[in-house]
Design a protein around this ligand. Sequence first.
Ligand SMILES: Nc1ncnc2c1ncn2[C@@H]1O[C@H](COP(=O)(O)OP(=O)(O)O)[C@@H](O)[C@H]1O
Ligand SMILES: [Mg+2]
Length: 384
Amino acid sequence: MKQRVLILGAKDCAAHAAEAAGRAGLEAVVATSVPNEPEAMADAARTNGAEGIYCADEAHVEAAAAASSKLGFPCLSEYAARLLHSKEALRSALARETGLNPRYGIAGSLAETEQIIRRLGLPAVVKPLEGAWGQGALIVRDIADAPLAFTRAVKHASSGRVLLEPYLPGHEYRVICHRSQGRWSTLMVYSNVPAEHDHLFDRALVAPVRVAGPLRDKLRASVRTVMRVMGGGHGLVVLEFMVSGEGLHLVELSRISQSWALATELFPAISGIDLLEVDVASALGKPFDTKPRFKVCAALWWLTARSGVVSAVHGEEKVRAVPGVVRLQLNAQPGTVLGHQVDVPSRDAVGHVLVTARSPRRALEKAQYASEYVRIDTRAALGQ
Ligand SMILES: Nc1ncnc2c1ncn2[C@@H]1O[C@H](COP(=O)(O)OP(=O)(O)O)[C@@H](O)[C@H]1O
Ligand SMILES: [Mg+2]
């Protein structure tokens, strides 16, 4: 009989995790409306005969870790889960033990937001304290935009508070680590190409990225420090670092399950391994089998489109004919209503192209030009 895993979290994330469970040969029980508290989650696991709990998003990760530890299932420690979920908990832990925080402030009102922005200087970043998936995060270049940024961010903050930091223009390195049985190791370093303008989501991801020289030593030491601060536990985490004129800082910790295109497409393209499948299976104590089956470089480029109602999509054949294109994912179809691309969900509504090549630079170039063949016609422009 197949082993059963209980999958918790928001619908989209849970659906991807359930598919990954199927690929791993597990039976998934998806429960998206269980209250966000440990006893209810533990009950749901018992009632469904689950042998593990997989939490597919960051909003439910603390309660899920408490429920798993109650039932003796392998999981992140409750402390590590708190650092993943709350940027306030992460900033305090890093402030106590490391120099990896950028300058920052926490605000619960617009007046506090404006006061902190004046202290940090412009441009500044405003984001929800419990944010994930880039939702509600904005760059403020003019103090007059503080009300908009505060209102947007606070909508996604369960604490009703926002985190403020200076905008750090630089290069972002993301390090995927896994921990099991008291040991941890690094799987890969990847990087992102930021969107232009005032938005904080990625235009593309590229992997694997090789870091050389003094930065490599600094990054290694910082990964070690962060993994020590997180402490014990079991599972995959992504460490998001920013290297800018202000130095090397940890932007945040995130879960692989919220970046499923990375986990189920980019990572498999470079190594043959589906990270989401491995992560879900690890909730049942299965060992992380992350030995690469092959090695190549890849880039994932998100498509762009004007907002409105999609009337036609052109260029699919041309994209697929570009050597190295391994996938064209078109989420926008005639009739799809596309909002303005201002964050990760509105960007993901369009689709992406995945390309492999011999070097990261070449993969990125090819992914960009392949994506330019796609043309999405829209009509009936949307209001704000
Ligand atoms: N202070 C900052 N300076 C520059 N870019 C930032 C800053 N904070 C966040 N970002 C960018 O915005 C993205 C989303 O912010 P992040 O803190 O990771 O929130 P989320 O939990 O929503 O992913 C990051 O991956 C990074 O690219
Ligand atoms: Mg992030």
